[in-house]
Design a protein. Sequence first.
Length: 203
Amino acid sequence: MNSTPSLLNRILLTVLGLMLLAAGILLVLLATVPPVGAWWQSWSPGIWDGINQAFNATRFPGRTESWLWIVVALVLLLLIGLMVAWIAQQGKGRSNLLAAEYDPGDVPGDVRIGGGVAEQALKHALAGRPDLAGSTVATYDVKGSPALKVRLLPRQGVAPHLLAAEIAGLLAALEAVVGKETPVLIHIGAGARTRFGRAERVR
């Protein structure tokens, strides 16, 4: 429901993970396999010589400094800017507004209901249920309209369709109180807490 770039996040994490894995494997091989260490010792000096030649060939006229350092600094600044923009995209779409209507009554004006009203009401209704290992409620802005996302972690043995029906009843009651229908996404998931958590008995 939010605008977090999930696909881009997965691609970046995959690339970063593969790079770290390759670096780790190389370090292990360098420490444990003598032929790999000998290859590295014969290969790395050539790389450093090439880097030094590149810096020597790009010196400012009459100076010892290379303009490649300016390029490196600009690339680093660009990379920092991209990282800041990427971080800013995480978790976007959250909203603090559940409903807004114009009231033409004795005192005309806008009537606004914050998303925290629905979140706290549903959290209070779901708290202490023995059939749930956890639950979260959040308000999002979807194409300019408020919407709710209810994430549930049922315990083992709990029928998802029955749980969804009960939550739908709570949401219907909430809509009756608010006086406006709100799109809702009910996400029923599973995790370590649901697999290893011991269900409480109800007497």
